[in-house]
Design a protein around this ligand. Sequence first.
Ligand code: C2O
Ligand code: CU
Length: 527
Amino acid sequence: MKQRMVFTENERRRFLKLAGYGTLGLISGAIWPLLNCASAERISKTVPDETFLPDLDLTLTARPGEAAVFPGIPTRVWRYHATLHKGDANRVLEMPDGYLGPIIKAHRGERIRIRFDNAIPEPSIVHWHGLHVPAVMDGHPRDVIPQGRSYLYEFTIKNRAGTYWFHPHPHGRTGSQVYRGLAGLFLVSDDEERAAGLPDGKYDVPLVIQDRSFGPDNQLLYLSGHMMERMTGFLGDRILVNGLPDFALPVSAGAYRLRLLNGSNARIYRLAWEDGRPLIVIGTDGGLLERPVIRRYAFLGPGERLEIWADFSDRPVGFKTALISLPFDPGGMGGGRMGRGMMMGGRMGFNPRLPDGAGFAVFKIHVTKRGKKNGSLPEKLAEMKLPRLDEAVNLSHPRRFYLLMQRMQWSINGRVFQMEDVAADEMVQLGSKEIWEFHNTGGGMMGMMHMPHPIHLHGKPFRVIERRGVTHGGYVDEGWKDTVLLMPGESIRIWVDFDDYPGMFLYHCHNLEREDMGMMRNYFVKS
Ligand code: C2O
Ligand code: CU
């Protein structure tokens, strides 16, 4: 009998299972046979690899707990705790105040083993935001584990020195789990960074910026249930830094390296110094820039990082300043015939107490001690070659991704997230350099919403090679990035080198409510 070439969904699943692709199910019909020759081995590891000798070995546990965010009643949170098994004790620092998880420090080239223990009453998985790790180590939502189980991560640090972070990534629950407190920092160092001679020790300060809302009992309030809130993303009315409200950083009169992470679910900051001094930016998502750049203000979208040089050495004891977020126009309902005012003021309007684009203080700085001159701003920070565009395999026909809103659903090219779904135009050849374009240009359709989107790529850091349609300014596109903010009307082109690690990775909007609603897709690197 002739072999049938048309598979039913069940047969296809069974076939993929036999072929070693686990539960790969919903791959788009058009391309799934391609995977037969891809080495997409999926091994959920629980047993340590005997031949993997870690420099740092720890257990990271997510569990319910309490944090003294305000005086009085403690706030119920979920948080990460670390237990170190091997490695230098000062490489894993718990953040004692607030609710944030530990700061893990590693040097480029080191091998890291982390056992993630899930002790929260929901499935979860950890994603190492910005780290270039194999697909099975990346914390894809299909790798979630239930309460009481663990997931073993083993990877080598291949990234440049920089401020990376980690957070949960279960589909549909990332927003709420991060909101409850699950997030920590992963600081990578390397020899090049060391040679730059930047302020270190207590002059190197990580600052995680988030917004939250609290009830009168000091407990966290999340989504109100208003449909519009999921479209815009959750906006809290309190600004927290390192898990604490009304944050003030005491400094000595010296030079500081401030590492800022926007760990908010949806809020965008337009950062500036209160006294109008320019920001001296030395690094972004993927570490140090080639040389410092000066900005009057800088946008920081959810997931992005910015490293700032702040020199207080000529300031007297008692000097006070603040990092503020300047007001800006975040767009909104406004495409087509639906006037913004009509929508916002009308039945569908949703008004958070601290709206997107409002101005406020992020944290204060007090010079409390006399200091000494502890270094001056280096002219050159790092070596950074411009990407060779002519090496890109698709220079003449870049991949195009349109950020769209249709029928009250955010999408990328009209598609929403499906756990195992990869479309034909989401297949990438291992070893190729590519140009990807993201367009936040909307259309004129009725019901269109035009909003900013922070776009994040898993797997590989990238370079922004072009940005169009800019009306605001305030971007630092010079360095290596893994998350990039697109204001309404903007388009960007990025350059990515898929030089290693085959398998399935994500790209998505890092507004966590939109990500949870499906503004996320897989791409697949085939070998
Ligand atoms: Cu910071 Cu896919 O995440
Ligand atoms: Cu978005």
